[in-house]
Ligand binder design. Structure first.
Ligand code: NAP
Length: 244
């Protein structure tokens, strides 16, 4: 796909799970991928090796998306190395579930910081560059939990719903500069994030009667990152087996 030759993408949380599948998929389309992660270097290294194994190009780019300073610095250095960041996938995220009546302020704040404030920290410096270059694709990884609300996840649902609002508002601000901002909203996807959850009960509630695969989210995300999706803007695409 030569139309994407020489494009640069930053994928946050690309050491594992959905972010890893997105990084690997983007790299198949001649996109140079910066693989962000927080601390799991060996998993991030595995993402890099898988990309190189398919003749793709990528580099490890660890930083903490909850830190505005680290995020700004990480973006600045990429911009010194290349003309721009064409694609940003805000995927890094965490959960810390508890019934709301029992939820400590710390569990609220850390989930909001990782899943929503990270959007501000990373997207702000990137979108400035996209505005200058008059091109960009931003995909935010939200969640079905942000669309329908999930008991035990008031913090997580709030962060993911916030991400949907941010997606729609920013899309309207930048659409006339050839920049799209969309969200994918996965349902239950087979990753480490689901550890400790009773999946049998959940699978029964999914019309497809199975969990999703990270690659199924990656394919939709890659389309939203491509030039072909130019007229799709401010949208939330569910990848949820028919759950919503
Ligand atoms: P995962 O396997 O737990 O991976 C999370 C990734 O985020 C890891 O690469 C992790 O890096 C990174 N990360 C966490 N905090 C970070 C920080 N402060 N700075 C930089 N990177 C950080 O999770 P996943 O299931 O793939 O989830 C990916 C995204 O999809 C999340 O936003 C999640 O909310 C969303 N989602 C998942 C599901 C699901 O069912 N799995 C459903 C809906 C939405 P390290 O490896 O270094 O810790």
């Amino acid at each position: 796909m030569t139309q994407n030759l020489n494009q640069v993408a930053l994928v946050t949380g690309a050491s594992r799970g959905i972010g890893k599948a997105i990084a690997i998929e983007l790299a198949k389309h001649d996109i140079f991928v910066y693989i962000n992660y927080l601390s799991d270097k060996s998993s991030a290294q595995d993402t890099l090796e898988k990309i190189m194994g398919q003749n793709g190009q990528a580099e490890l780019w660890p930083f903490d998306v909850t830190s505005a300073e680290e995020s700004l610095n990480a973006v600045k250095i990429i911009l010194q190395k290349s003309a721009g960041i064409d694609i940003l996938v805000n995927n890094a995220g965490i959960r810390d579930d508890k019934l709301f009546a029992m939820m400590k302020k710390d569990a609220w704040q850390k989930v909001i910081d990782a899943n929503l404030t990270s959007f501000y920290n990373v997207t702000k410096p990137v979108v400035k560059n996209m505005l200058k270059n008059r091109y960009g694709r931003i995909v935010n990884v939200s969640s079905a939990s942000g669309q329908m609300g999930n008991p035990g996840q008031v913090n997580y649902s709030a962060s993911k719903a916030g991400l949907i609002g941010a997606t729609k508002a920013l899309a309207r601000e930048v659409a006339n500069r050839n920049i799209t901002v969309n969200a994918v909203a996965p349902g239950f996807i087979e990753t480490q994030m689901l550890e400790g959850i009773n999946l049998d009960a959940i699978i029964d509630t999914i019309p497809a009667k199975r969990l999703g695969k990270p690659e199924e989210v990656a394919h939709v995300t890659a389309f939203l990152c491509s030039k072909k999706s130019a007229y799709v803007n401010g949208q939330v695409i569910g990848v949820n087996g028919g759950m919503i």
